[in-house]
Ligand binder design. Structure first.
Ligand code: ADP
Ligand code: MG
Length: 170
């Protein structure tokens, strides 16, 4: 996919409460402003990459890009599971991510819950392993993550808007 790696960031908003936390796999949702900036060649499915909340550490992540039921599946949604155990929720914070690779297409929602959890856990293992490749590890140290704004209420500056999208090759 020629758009990868793809850098973007935005405020964490409330999702549809599909119970991902109950599955042990919370997914932080981006607002439409971030989703609308996705390059056209980014297909739906599961991606892996790096993520950081506010000015925090950079962790591995898996992201699902799906069709958004709220918009009758005409728009996409972006949901990031950060591979780290956080002490608290981080709604309203700025999430910065770089998508570096693609794992698989979306699974249909009628899959059994157990099958879904197994699939996601496999995605997480695949993401962890792939991100150890030197070409992926170096993105963890990218300046993009050190320039992250700390919260959505931070004073706006040209380099720090709340839902900024930095195109490939920033
Ligand atoms: P929602 O439907 O609001 O997205 P989820 O059950 O998917 O609810 O939980 C997502 C929220 O959980 C995130 O917005 C974030 O505040 C919090 N959270 C805690 N730990 C994580 C994590 N490791 N990855 C993603 N979100 C997390
Ligand atoms: Mg979610």
């Amino acid at each position: 996919m020629k758009s990868l790696p793809y850098f973007c960031r935005g405020e964490v908003i409330r999702g549809f409460g599909r119970g991902s936390k109950e599955l042990g796999i919370p997914t932080a949702n981006f607002p439409d402003s971030v989703v609308d900036n996705l390059p056209a060649d980014i297909s739906t499915g599961i991606y892996y990459g790096w993520a950081c909340v506010g000015n925090g550490d950079v962790y591995k992540m898996v992201m699902s890009i799906g069709w958004n039921p709220y918009y009758k599946n005409t728009k996409k949604s972006m949901e990031t599971h950060v591979i780290h155990t956080f002490k608290e929720d981080f709604y309203g914070e700025i999430l910065s991510v770089v998508m570096v690779g693609y794992i698989r297409p979306e699974r249909s929602y009628d899959s059994l819950v157990e099958a879904l959890i197994t699939a996601i856990n496999n995605d997480i293992e695949e993401a962890k392993a792939k991100l150890e490749l030197p070409e992926h590890l170096k993105l963890r140290k990218d300046n993009f993550f050190t320039s992250a704004p700390s919260s959505s209420s931070a004073a706006p500056s040209p380099a720090a808007s709340t839902s900024q999208t930095i195109m490939n090759g920033h």
